[in-house]
Design a binder for this molecule. Structure first.
Ligand SMILES: *Cc1c(COP(=O)(O)O)cnc(C)c1O
Length: 229
């Protein structure tokens, strides 16, 4: 296993190359380092190496990580399934939530953001593969959810996120990524405002996602090695 600086340099080089070959600027793609299951010391090391965006899928684990990594040392992204009863902790711990998939959760987050005196940037998670095991709103129900969320104050609707079906080859994810981009274009037209962010692409397929327009790629194992459990 190569060291973290080597892996980080490799991932950054692949990210830049994918951006350039699709006619985009590397700065237009944000690398979100997914630090779920990592010890706080490893998260701190990643931040020392210049990682500015951290992805978490559990509220409690983020609290543990933030005991060692200051809240303002990075931008904290919530990317996992969020239970409504945890919404109260989110405005204090996170800068952006990628995984909103129903109006009740959106409303709960907005209320908590208002209590915290801030506006919370959010993305809507879409289930592009239709697999029952996946979280996310269906493509059919997306327009109505976007309209509902656009009307809520203290939420800043930034774009869409997806986790495609598990595939053997990166190319198999391309259609799902293209679909998310099209859903974003149609959704933005429908609510009459831009939805600039597309959160898509993980270790196995982030280059394909960038070619299809990703602005946020969520990369864990390519940076930190395979997770235990
Ligand atoms: C774990 C996770 C990732 C990172 O996955 P890797 O394959 O390790 O890069 C990205 N997005 C979500 C939602 C995740 O849960």
């Amino acid at each position: 296993m190569a060291s973290m600086p080597v892996l980080l340099a490799e991932v950054r080089a692949r990210l830049s190359a994918a951006a350039v070959r699709s006619g985009r600027a590397p700065e237009d793609v944000t690398l979100v380092a997914v630090v779920k299951t990592l010890p706080p010391e490893v998260v701190a090391e990643a931040v020392r190496l210049g990682i500015a965006d951290l992805g978490e899928n559990r509220v409690q684990e983020a609290q543990v990580h933030q005991q060692l990594v200051p809240r303002d040392a990075a931008r904290w992204h919530f990317i996992g399934h969020l239970q409504r009863n945890k919404a109260g902790k989110v405005p204090g711990l996170f800068d952006v939530v990628h995984s909103v998939d129903d109006l009740e959760l959106a409303t709960a987050l907005a209320r908590r953001a208002a209590e915290a005196g801030r506006t919370l940037p959010v993305l809507v998670e879409v289930n592009v593969s239709g697999e029952a095991s996946k979280f996310g709103v269906s493509p059919e129900a997306l327009p109505e959810l976007l309209e509902g969320m656009a009307a809520i104050s203290h939420l800043e609707l930034r774009g869409l996120m997806t986790v495609p079906a598990v595939a053997d080859r990166p190319e198999e994810a391309r259609a799902g990524f293209a679909m998310l981009r099209e859903l974003r274009d149609r959704g933005a037209a429908r609510i009459g405002r831009a939805l600039p962010e597309l959160s898509m692409g993980m270790s196995g397929d982030f280059e394909v996602a960038i070619e299809e327009g990703a602005t946020l790629v969520r990369v864990g194992s390519a940076l930190f090695g395979a997770r235990q459990g």
